[in-house]
Design a protein around this ligand. Structure first.
Ligand code: UD1
Length: 418
């Protein structure tokens, strides 16, 4: 297991290239199961979660190649329709193969998913929606089994705009003849990226980015050549590292439109943010920011995946502020670790009250999930002294070569074997 050792207190400067989006790549890789043709997807980040997707697709019978950020998928024979526990437990997004496999084979069996420990994370929204399309759902030995004599187009209203359920249903409906209408859909930019990919493969998809998506399914989709969108969460994490530690950081291969709620909050906190074509520049004095409350919400609200790094930034606010977590019921594990670094935070169920402190001090801390790990990096970059972050494998699930990128921006960071 690796640790990060960070000597904080230096400014974050220079230029960092943002990788492709993990959360856009995972559903698009699952969508390659909707065709027998070759798919070539570019700008795929080199991450543990992508490796998990690679292993799962290979297990199911696809032939995958991955190198230089390009993922190529072929199909040589019929696919298996069972996603087993060992492959699914590592990553919740594995269940995105359920929609495509159900659509193609009218049966699928998958283990209940794992992933980050940030709440219960049930899959009822997915299953209720699949039932509307004609699937019968049963359970056996920790697996979910879905079968359908025939899938039919339907009108499906999600009880909550779940990102994964919206994606799973969009993919499944792409191979159901007729028009399926999805209501109360998630509106995240990654949904739009998947919609663009499905359209290129021959499905009729309209309405993405709004809460109603209509899918006009076809018998089989065609191969795909596609480049995934930039990672808005990686973008936001680097913006927050520069904001917290101070400096002038330019991010390339990204887009300000993807991080508007964060850019607005940073501006209110006193940080300067500029967006130009495919670049974002953050300029921060490194002084204590103004306190700014945030509430995490489905897009276009403040993203839950930036809540933890935002809290690390606000730990030094000049005053008191609140963070309200509306998406996940147990996503404040980073608060206790930030307190080990001197932060003053009180967690009250889904609300955290942060009383800003003059400075954070380096300490031994532990990452509990991907974004909690990102928060500790933001805090460590701004803190005085040395921070050792354990359980870096969580961070490796979601950030490509983060230590190389941070080093390039002037952060004193090393990866050491524990
Ligand atoms: C995706 C993102 C994740 C992000 C999250 C919310 C990927 C690979 N992951 O996760 O980084 O934090 O969106 O923006 O894209 N829920 C249910 N029942 C369900 C499904 C979800 O109750 O069937 C609940 C979840 O427990 C959670 C909330 O709905 O509280 C949001 O979940 P969802 O939008 O589905 O998140 P994911 O797709 O898992």
């Amino acid at each position: 297991m690796d640790n990060f050792v960070i000597h904080g207190g230096r400014t974050v400067n220079g230029e960092v290239k943002i990788s492709g989006s993990k959360n856009a790549a995972l559903p698009i890789l699952a969508a390659t199961m909707l065709t027998r043709d070759k798919c070539e997807i570019k700008n795929i980040p080199e991450l543990m979660d992508i490796k998990s997707a690679f292993e799962l697709l290979n297990y199911l019978g696809k032939k995958c190649f991955f190198g230089f950020n390009t993922f190529t998928v072929h199909e040589a024979s019929a696919l298996k329709h069972h996603a087993p526990y060992d492959l699914v437990r590592k990553m919740r997004a594995s269940m995105l193969v359920a929609g495509p496999l159900l659509a193609r084979y009218k049966k699928v069996r998958f283990s209940l998913p794992g992933g980050c420990i940030i709440g219960v994370r049930p899959i009822d929204i997915h299953l209720e929606a699949f039932k509307k399309l004609g699937a019968e759902v049963s359970y056996e030995k920790g697996d979910v089994i879905m079968t359908a004599a025939r899938l039919k187009p339907a009108r499906v209203k999600f009880r909550f705009p779940s990102v994964g359920a919206t994606e799973n249903l969009m993919m499944c409906a792409s191979l159901i003849k007729g028009i399926t209408t999805l209501e109360n859909c998630a509106r995240e930019p990654e949904i739009s990226d998947l919609a663009r990919a499905l359209r290129k493969m021959g499905a009729g998809v309209e309405g993405e980015g709004s809460s109603v998506i209509k899918i006009s399914g076809v018998k089989m989709l065609k191969g795909l050549k596609y480049e995934v969108m930039p990672d808005r969460i990686e973008t936001g994490t680097f913006m927050l590292a520069a904001a917290a530690a101070g400096g002038a950081l330019k991010l390339t291969n990204t887009n300000i439109a993807l991080v508007e709620p964060l850019a607005r909050a940073l501006t209110r906190a006193g940080v300067r943010v500029f967006g130009e074509k495919n670049t974002i520049t953050v300029i921060s004095s490194g002084a204590r920011p103004k306190p700014v409350d945030i509430i995490t919400e489905p897009h276009p609200g403040f993203p839950t995946d930036l809540q933890a790094p935002w809290m690390a930034f606000m730990a030094r606010a000049k005053g008191v502020c609140e963070v309200n977590e509306e998406i996940f019921e147990n996503r404040f594990m980073h608060a206790a670790e930030l307190m080990r670094m001197g932060a003053d935070i009180t967690v009250l169920e889904r609300k955290a009250v942060i009383r800003g402190v003059e400075r954070l001090l380096g300490a031994p801390v532990m990452a509990s999930d991907i974004r909690a790990g990102a928060a500790l990096i933001v805090a460590a970059a701004a803190a005085k002294g040395m921070t050792v972050i354990r359980r870096v494998y969580h961070i490796d699930r979601g950030y490509q070569k983060i230590e190389d990128k941070l080093r390039l921006a002037g952060v004193k960071i090393t990866r050491v074997k524990a």
